[in-house]
Ligand binder design. Structure first.
Ligand code: HPA
Length: 274
């Protein structure tokens, strides 16, 4: 089966479940941030395991389902849990849901993640709008023959993260009296956290935060011509900055603490999206 057919099968299965419902905005919810999907009204939950050709998520803190419904008056399709390259999925699998979103008619994608703070002005619990990224995966999801029906062979990445949506996020944060950092997200494969030397290198290279996701999905979304907003929750300072080891429990704990702010920010942004 071609990837195009796989996408169409997944999309028509979903369409059968949701009927006439047409999502406008896609939400990809990162570690500990899946709670946003619980705010969706008239939810239709579709476990990934029911969707043809979908991989199944394994990592702690990821429920593994799509939630369709309405959020602050906008129709959304939220991914509660995503697929990571470090889990052993191919780049095609990691990015498959984004292609399905496009097939469902979605034009705007909000990508969220938990990330380690590289910028020493950041604090655990800060939210950061992603201004740009550095693909440090050592590979690219578009390697291989290009399907012109999906997008161009050499996609422009000069505004990978919509300036308009970044401004909307900043204006919304200001209105809500919330601090919102802005910075460059570095995508690493993981699953190891970085060494302190790697964190210093990434800082020298211009990174403000580091994580193990987002970059592949954003590349595929941009290839498909979708507008992207990225928001990181700085769950910890990256290795070597504070005198303490890193642990996934800390990542989940911090995201728990900022959950309320994160939910309010994203929901308010969604309500104002065109
Ligand atoms: N490094 C990489 N990924 C992460 C981190 C980190 O410090 N925190 C949360 N995800």
């Amino acid at each position: 089966m071609t990837i195009k057919q796989e996408i169409q099968d997944a999309s028509s299965y979903i369409q059968d479940q949701v009927g006439e419902f047409r999502p406008e905005i896609g939400l990809i919810l990162g570690s500990g941030l899946g709670v946003l999907a619980e705010e969706i009204e008239s939810p239709v939950q579709i476990p990934y395991s029911d969707i043809p050709n979908f991989p199944v998520s394994t990592v702690e803190g990821h429920a593994g389902q799509f939630v369709f419904g309405t959020l602050n008056g906008k129709t959304v399709a939220a991914m509660q849990g995503r697929f990571h390259f470090y889990e052993g999925y191919s780049m095609d699998k990691v990015t498959f849901p984004v292609r399905v979103m496009k097939e469902l008619g979605i034009h705007h994608v909000i990508v969220t993640n938990a990330a380690g703070g590289i910028n020493e002005e950041f604090q655990p619990g800060d939210l950061m709008v992603i201004a740009d990224h550095i693909n440090n995966f050592g590979t690219n999801p578009l390697i291989g023959p290009n399907s012109n029906e999906f997008g161009p062979r050499f996609p422009d990445m000069s505004t990978a993260y919509s300036l308009e949506l970044q401004h909307l996020a900043q204006d919304t944060a200001k209105e809500l009296g919330m601090k919102l950092q802005s910075g460059v997200y570095v995508g690493n494969t993981g699953p190891t956290y970085e060494t302190p030397a790697e964190v210093r290198m990434l800082r020298t290279l211009g990174g403000d935060a580091v994580g193990m996701s987002t970059v592949p999905e954003v590349i595929i979304a941009r290839h498909a011509g979708m507008d992207v907003l990225g928001i990181s929750c700085i769950s910890n300072m990256a290795a070597g900055i504070l005198d303490q080891p890193l642990h996934h429990d800390e990542v989940i704990e911090t995201t728990e603490k900022v959950k309320a702010n994160f939910l309010l920010l994203v929901k308010t942004i969604v309500s104002k999206m065109g």
